[in-house]
Design a protein around this ligand. Sequence first.
Ligand code: ECB
Length: 134
Amino acid sequence: MPVDFSGTWNLISNDNFEGYMVTLGIDFATRKIAKMLKPQKVIKQDGDSFYIHTTSTFRDYSLQFKIGEEFEEDNKGLDNRKCKSVVTWENDKLVCVQTGEKKNRGWTHWLEGDDLHLELRCENQVCKQVFKRA
Ligand code: ECB
């Protein structure tokens, strides 16, 4: 059985979100608000098709992709840059490479016990988020 990320997940920890946002050029006022948020993720996984909706009281972000199929990603409401993204399986981890203006940009999702983990990378910064099932 493949891993199934489907479900509703609530953020419980957010390590170095500040460093990640600074590398993305997010302004001070926005970072101050963003740091306080406790986003929720809704993930719908159907085979190799994914829908990930991240919601908060401030901004929402949704993403749809198929494993191995490159797509244009518009990071609207985040840093507003565009990039070319592709998500692949690395064993049981979901790995996204976001090619664009920013070097070494991407993220990795995996399950650990009952928790959903997310590592967000940009340049030399790594933000580590952990979510619990709602
Ligand atoms: C959408 C909730 C967070 C809103 C933060 C608002 C402003 C900060 C601006 C830029 C910071 C960059 C990213 C925000 C961090 C998380 C949002 C979604 C990250 C993401 O790419 O999740 C992936 C993997 O689950 C699916 O898009």
